[in-house]
Design a binder for this molecule. Structure first.
Ligand code: ADP
Ligand code: MG
Length: 559
């Protein structure tokens, strides 16, 4: 039996596409500019093999002009243009991508800058326009053609006049409705902002005539308006530049421009990876905690670019929660995007990049700790809590990544020490890593339980954060040393000679202890003579895993 071809209701298909692929209308401009950039790229690749063609970079640009009176927005490029057949095939057939075909034909060449692949981006123009008119002249031809369409009811192609090779796309911008504003796509400032947001790193200039004011000649207070052609995009992304060309100020400016934060970044990480997955990234460790950092409102994530075009504002998969404070961007040419180019199709590459980034952040923090202690402590004061949560969360599966980054205030000099430093300073006879929990350092220092440990000359880590003890319980040990609360029953400290005395005291006061136990029956489990007290008459201690401080926190938690 003869196979039948599927028929598609192209009208419906177009409508569906226009209205459901994209979440934001403004991306129509990103799509049209990307097409123009692809068209110029094609000229460039052609010139590589065709000796009769010379590629002078100055001759290649994209231009936007808005005409408010006529409600038109025009995007002009000096790219490779389209012949009549190409207009028919590429703009008349939905999901047909001339650019993908070009990429495939030229695979051997370095064609990876070409952005297009799905053959649908162009139609995004209909999200903002009632009529789209394309006048194009293909390279190598002396005829131009005009393609025109009102969207769903088809298109026409007729011969047209055009002097130079390239394409000119005119959008008749829709009238405002009660719910939707379209006027904004005729506003200079808005267009500029959209270009900056999505297309700032297109490698060819995106020009715009912009109106400015200047003093009239021979006048001191009279102004006149004048037009000036301006390049709106910055073209070369800072992350593609060589690290050696960039100064600290360049990175700081980038951080401010991108509004990653209002502070100055503490440290930047510039990555140019060429391994299993190719990507560039600039990451920042902020200096201060964003006001909403420890709330549900805070959204972690990095900006994700594909070939210099912004795809996602906050790609959360690129950062583990425990490094959620990191800001910055990633650009890769190896991503498989979905059709709207707003999301990724499958995330093998992304997983690789994320893993790579995680390791870089960790090693950067480690070197900060090693070489710039002051900065690290500043960082730790801002985000240390996050690291401790990172140790605790997900059943401690990330503890190995994080344990060397932890710090706690130590009893010795009331300074922050790492676990490594603590263990290195332990006297030979010390068995455990001691800690004491409390609401503040002052309060902890008054705890009678700390006395015996301190008197032995052992350091104590002060836990003042709710999460501290929980995190440490997750670690269990560090360098094979167990953690021990100073309030736990067995401190593991060698009994001294006075021990006998304690035993005697225990026997002598048996009656007293028994009656105390009776009175405190529902409050304590036992009353004993203690070996650990020096200047305090009495202290509380616990048996088992959960300390008094933890119990308080657990009781305060909602069930
Ligand atoms: P994609 O860019 O994913 O291929 P589009 O729908 O954006 O899909 O564009 C379809 C095709 O139309 C492109 O692949 C390209 O061949 C052609 N095209 C679109 N805009 C231009 C342009 N400005 N200059 C030359 N060709 C273009
Ligand atoms: Mg496209």
């Amino acid at each position: 039996m003869a196979k039948k071809q599927f028929k598609a209701e192209s009208k419906r298909l177009l409508e569906m596409m226009i209205n459901s692929i994209y979440t934001q209308r403004e991306i129509f401009l990103r799509e049209l500019i990307s097409n123009s950039s692809d068209a110029i790229d094609k000229m460039y690749y052609k010139a590589l093999t065709d000796e009769s063609l010379v590629f002078n970079k100055e001759d290649y640009y994209i231009k936007l002009s808005a005409d408010k009176a006529n409600r038109t927005l025009t995007i002009t490029d000096t790219g490779i243009g389209m012949s009549k057949e190409e207009l028919e095939n590429n703009l008349g057939v939905i999901a047909k991508s001339g650019s993908l075909a070009f990429k495939k034909e030229n695979e051997s060449k370095d064609g990876h800058n070409i952005i297009g692949q799905f053959g649908v981006g162009f139609y995004a123009a209909f999200m903002v326009a009632d009529v789209v008119t394309v006048i194009s002249k293909a390279q190598g031809s002396d005829e131009a053609f005009k393609w025109e369409s009102k969207g769903a009811d088809g298109y026409t192609i007729v011969p047209a006049e055009k002097d130079s090779v390239g394409t000119e796309i005119t959008l008749k911008i829709k009238e405002n409705t009660e719910d939707d504003n379209y006027d904004e796509y005729l506003e200079e400032y808005r267009l500029k902002a959209i270009v900056k947001k999505y297309s700032d790193f297109i490698r060819y200039p995106i020009k715009m005539d912009t109106k400015s004011q200047r003093l009239k000649e021979d006048s001191e207070d009279e102004f006149e308006e004048y037009q000036e052609e301006q390049t709106v995009n910055s073209m070369v992304p800072i992350w593609r530049k060589n690290k050696s060309e960039l100064t600290q100020e360049d990175y700081d400016n980038f951080y401010a421009e991108k509004r990653y934060g209002f502070d100055k970044p503490l440290k930047h990480i510039h990555i140019s990876a060429d391994g299993a997955v190719v990507y560039q990234a600039i990451l920042f460790i902020p200096e201060s905690t964003p006001f909403d950092y420890y709330t549900k409102e805070y959204e972690k994530g990095l900006e994700l670019y594909s070939n210099g075009v912004l795809i996602m504002n906050k790609c959360s998969d690129l950062l583990p929660d425990y490094f959620g404070f990191v800001k910055g961007m990633v650009d890769s040419e190896d991503l498989s995007l979905n059709i709207s180019r707003e999301m990724l199709q499958h995330d093998r590459q992304l997983t690789l990049i994320a893993k790579n980034i995680k390791n870089k952040i960790k090693s950067q923090l480690q070197s900060l700790l090693k070489d710039e202690r002051e900065k690290y402590e500043k960082f730790y004061n801002a985000f240390g809590r996050q690291l401790k949560f990172g140790v605790y969360n997900e059943y401690g599966m990330h503890k190995d990544v994080l344990q060397d980054l932890l710090m706690f205030t130590s009893s010795k000099e009331k300074k922050l020490v790492t676990l490594d430093e603590y263990v290195a300073a332990m006297p030979e006879d010390q068995k455990y890593i001691y800690y004491a929990s409390g609401p503040s350092i002052e309060r902890i220092e008054k705890l009678p339980q700390t006395e015996m440990v301190s008197d032995k000359g052992y350091e104590i880590l002060y836990f003042t954060d709710d999460i501290d003890e929980f995190a440490i319980k997750m670690l269990m040990t560090y360098k094979e040393k167990e953690f021990k609360s100073v309030s736990s029953g067995d401190l593991g400290i060698e009994p001294d000679a006075e021990d006998k005395q304690t035993e005697e005291e225990e026997n002598d006061n048996k009656a007293l202890f028994e009656s105390m136990k009776g009175i405190l029956a529902d409050k304590v489990k036992n009353v004993r003579a203690s070996k650990r007290l020096k200047s305090h008459p009495v202290c509380l201690s616990t048996e088992g895993e959960v300390t008094i401080e933890m119990e308080k926190i657990l009781k305060a938690m909602p069930n």
